[in-house]
Design a protein around this ligand. Sequence first.
Ligand code: AP5
Length: 210
Amino acid sequence: MNIIFLGPPGAGKGTQSQIVSRRLGIPQISTGDMLRQAVSDKTATGLKAKAYMDAGQLVPDDIMIDIVRERLQSADCQKGYILDGFPRTVAQAQALAEFADIHAVINLNVPDEVLVRRLGGRRVCPACGAPYHVDRLGGKTTCEADGTPLIQRDDDRPETVQSRLNVYHEKTAPLVNYYEGMGCMKTVGGGEMTLEEISEAIFSALEAIQ
Ligand code: AP5
């Protein structure tokens, strides 16, 4: 199954797509993680992307479309994949439709005030990308999976979070209508649901779409 996770920053796309990836045995492709790796490796793409990311703006469509087109050609994508953070504009969705068949879109719906709280308390593992929240870490400061010290992402500063939310509403939210019209999208969430409740709702939605 080729799946898209859609939703605002902090909606839980990374958290939930990792759970689905483990259960279905298909790769999670996070464009945000790929860009952060490129920034850290100081590649040409990373150097171009950094200023946009630091400002909470979207990296230009042509760069993102090339990155995803190339990634989907890898052998590990042949049995299915989960796109986490792509597409983010109607132009990206239209380009994707030319080189990929999408079977399911999961739209995570979370109110802005909850997103601001989540992103402010988020800590991530710089090695494997696993996200945590300070409220559930119980004072721990390292990744459960590999013991790496957790960090706060640069773009989780309050002023950048607000501009990411503005960009979401202006450029990415229109994709909800775009995919709704295709009949392969389910919206999950809408209130304060736990991680486990959301995972269950996602698996039910995927079964209903299949
Ligand atoms: P990206 O890395 O994709 O960031 P994002 O979309 O802003 O999403 P986040 O990673 O912030 O949140 P998430 O939805 O994955 O939530 P998470 O699971 O971590 O992109 C970063 C930047 O790269 C963009 O701003 C842009 O510049 C660029 N970029 C990337 N893709 C692009 C594209 N296609 N086009 C152009 N530019 C692109 O959860 C958040 C927190 O909440 C965690 O602490 C988690 O533990 C907690 N949490 C999750 N679910 C729950 C729950 N149910 N209850 C309580 N806490 C929860």
